[in-house]
Design a protein. Structure first.
Length: 284
């Protein structure tokens, strides 16, 4: 192996190496999600954090990056980074898997869909599965509020958690009636009220307030985004936001992130998430 020049980008450069036996060129980040990016990981992660954690538009994030880091990044580039790195962030939950609670909450909220004058936008629905420890287990954007979409997101949650819950709390919407078919779980209606349900050797108080609180955090962001144009890209964004909510946002009541509260001992923060993403890419 010998050094073979540099890959030079707009704000950084990477040492290039060449294998003497096969002649292939590579860098230290050949398997990294940041491979071939013109900007450094610190710039990319800062942009992702601004757009996902705070109620800012992509253009406002671009202005902040220019003022703070003196680097010019377009709003369109930031949106492309969100779509590119969302699958990489989802690998974190596979490597550092929280111990999800067996009490789940399901709820939906309407999302404005961007349209045009000829084809006006219609209302879509964001369906979320949330657990007792404030973890987002699964989320899905659907153009219909129907039973099929609710079943799909529930199966996504079961696949992620790798078990079926004992209690599922919902409102009285008809799309959750399919839960009656699962005999081993208890389906509870608790919308804007607290109910006490037998759990183990005692009782537990359940309410939709927790998942409603999570959706209330999403609403200002959806307003700032002025609706969703592409539901596939929108689902990817909300899944990314769910991972950040679980692993990188400190919950005021818990005193730690929901993932740490659920048994993840690894210290995951914005200071080391770049290294963790590279590690997950190698381990996957």
């Amino acid at each position: 192996m010998v050094k073979n020049g540099f890959y030079r980008y707009k704000s950084n450069a990477e040492q290039r190496y060449r294998c003497k036996s096969c002649g292939k060129s590579f860098t230290e980040r050949s398997k990294s999600p940041f491979k071939g990016m013109r900007h450094s990981p610190s710039v990319i992660l800062f942009a992702i954090r601004l757009y996902t954690e705070f109620y800012l538009s992509s253009n406002e994030c671009s202005i902040l990056i220019k003022d703070v880091m003196n680097i010019k990044v377009s709003g369109r580039t930031i949106l492309n980074w969100i779509q590119k790195f969302a699958p990489h962030f989802q690998r974190i939950s596979k490597i550092y898997k929280p111990r999800y609670s067996d009490i789940w909450y399901m709820d939906e909220m309407f999302i404005n869909r961007v349209g045009s004058k000829k084809r006006p936008g219609k209302i879509g629905y964001l369906i979320t599965v949330y657990d007792e420890n404030r973890n987002v287990i699964a989320t899905l954007l659907s153009d219909k509020r129907d039973r099929k979409s609710a079943i799909k997101v529930f199966k996504m949650a079961v696949k992620e958690a790798e078990f079926y819950p004992k209690i599922v709390v919902t409102d009285k919407c008809h799309i959750y009636d399919f839960l009656r078919g699962y005999r081993k779980l208890k389906h509870v209606h608790a919308h804007f009220e607290t109910k006490f349900v037998p759990y183990g050797k005692g009782v537990v108080a359940v309410s939709q307030n927790r998942i409603e609180r999570y959706h209330s955090e999403i609403r200002p962001k959806e307003v700032k985004m002025r609706g969703i144009k592409n539901f596939e890209c929108g689902t990817r964004f909300f899944q990314l936001r769910g991972i950040i909510h679980n692993f990188l946002r400190r919950h005021q009541t818990l005193g730690c992130t929901p993932a740490q509260y659920s048994g993840v001992n690894e210290e995951i923060s914005w200071n080391n998430v770049g290294i963790i993403l590279e590690t997950c890419a190698i381990m996957d």
